[in-house]
Design a protein around this ligand. Structure first.
Ligand SMILES: NC(=O)c1ccc[n+]([C@@H]2O[C@H](COP(=O)([O-])OP(=O)(O)OC[C@H]3O[C@@H](n4cnc5c(N)ncnc54)[C@H](O)[C@@H]3O)[C@@H](O)[C@H]2O)c1
Length: 379
């Protein structure tokens, strides 16, 4: 259960006590807060409060918003000027078992469809039953032999993640590929069943738990030269993400833009740390992160209406189709060239790419890893 205190600041929002440094360190404007306001004349206190509020709004709302839209423009420009990666012909995947989260639509659907066509047994872990069953039907209609099925998985509920893993393990199937694809973007402020901010809970923490609980199966299913693979679908938005270890739930000042970017950076840090841990332990499992590019899917439905309208108008022309967005994910998951891959890393448009320094910060990776284990009560 979360306890709340009121910091008497900003909109006087209650902030969960565990994540709130009461002294305001590292966030807001402690230098302004630290002023002995009781000694200031009321004439000064009011403008000071207005000023701090304006600064907070700029820093926590406008800046992440502007950064994300500018990044979007840059990515679109690069996409327009460079050739979209085309997936080479991949070998048959008979006998392999894959789990794809959020495989009922968008990029995930195309990943499932392609894997099923190649003979893999694919389990769609999805929240929306109707959507996922429709996806299963469609794929079976297209490929009569497809081994594709749906199992309920709501990443916004840790209990649902545990149930999904338990029912998967009861079947004694191997697990060769895990694609952590499901995601939400710019959803209104709200919490998961377990009280985590939605982007953080669904995009990152739910996938952390899912992977953690499936690790033994992934390890048992990998062989030397035939590693099991964990593919984390991140985003170029991670570049502008910031990990606020003392406010992972974005309680101080909620910005959906900042929350999405943080969740995608967290997924990348997780992917990198997991890969190193697996290599250190000598396990036949690799982990990498993939940016699918800007893809025309329903992910954008929570954009502010004018942006949403602009996005739908230009999407067909400038955005990738979901199958194109799935290409790098599929390459990372299936390519024989990556068998026994010891590097993991971050993939975009068919290539392994360098990315921003925080992603390689071992201290940050470890802190986030340990905090996540604590939040999930795994330690
Ligand atoms: N579309 C893009 O331009 C883009 C760019 C970068 C990264 N991505 C990432 O690609 C991934 C796939 O996104 P998409 O573009 O196909 O979007 P989408 O909205 O079409 O698909 C998202 C999928 O996640 C599922 N999902 C959402 N919440 C869930 C939950 N609580 N439990 C289980 N499943 C849940 C949805 O049901 C859906 O199937 C996401 O992680 C997204 O962040 C997309």
């Amino acid at each position: 259960m979360l306890n709340y205190i009121c910091v008497g600041y900003e909109k006087e929002r209650p902030v969960p006590i565990e994540t709130c440094p009461v002294d305001g360190s590292g966030t807001f404007y402690p230098e302004l807060l630290a002023l002995p306001q009781h000694r200031l004349s009321p004439l000064l206190t009011v403008p000071l409060r207005i000023l701090t509020q304006m600064l907070s709004t700029i820093r926590y709302h406008l800046l992440p918003l502007l950064q994300l839209y500018l990044l979007g423009l840059k990515v679109l420009l690069v996409q327009l000027l460079s050739r979209s990666f085309r997936l080479p012909v991949m070998p048959r995947q008979d006998g392999k078992v894959a789990i794809v989260t959020g495989g009922g639509r968008g990029i995930g659907y195309e990943v499932v469809r392609h894997m099923a066509r190649l003979g893999a047994h694919v389990v769609i872990g999805g929240r929306d039953e109707q959507e996922c069953l429709a996806a299963v039907r469609k794929i079976r209609e297209e490929y009569k032999e497809a081994k594709v099925e749906f199992k309920k998985l709501d990443l916004a509920s840790l209990q649902s993640v545990r149930q999904f893993v338990q029912s998967f393990k009861e079947r004694d199937l191997p697990l060769n590929i895990l694609v952590n694809n499901a995601g939400v973007m710019l959803v209104p402020e709200g919490c998961t069943e377990d009280g985590f901010e939605q982007h953080f809970g669904v995009n990152y923490l739910g996938h952390f738990l899912l992977t953690w609980l499936l690790l033994d199966t992934l390890k048992d299913s990998g062989k030397c030269g035939h590693f099991s693979r964990v593919i984390n679908v991140s985003s170029s938005a991670h570049c502008i993400g910031k990990i606020r270890l003392n406010d992972l739930n974005n309680c101080y000042c909620y910005s959906a833009h900042a929350a999405y970017c943080q969740s995608k950076l967290a997924l990348l840090l997780f992917s990198s740390h997991l890969h190193q841990e697996l290599q250190r332990g000598g396990f036949p499992v690799s982990s990498c992160a993939v940016d699918p590019g800007m893809v025309d899917t329903e992910l954008y439905r929570h954009l502010w209406t004018p942006f949403r309208l602009a996005q739908s108008a230009i999407a067909r022309l400038l955005f990738k189709a979901p199958a194109e967005g799935a290409a790098t994910v599929l390459y990372a998951a299936l390519s024989p060239a990556l068998e026994g891959d010891l590097e993991g890393g971050y993939w975009a448009n068919g290539c392994r790419e360098m990315t921003t320094p925080p992603t390689f910060d071992p201290k940050l990776q470890l802190s986030l890893w340990e905090t996540s284990l604590q939040l999930l009560e795994l330690q």
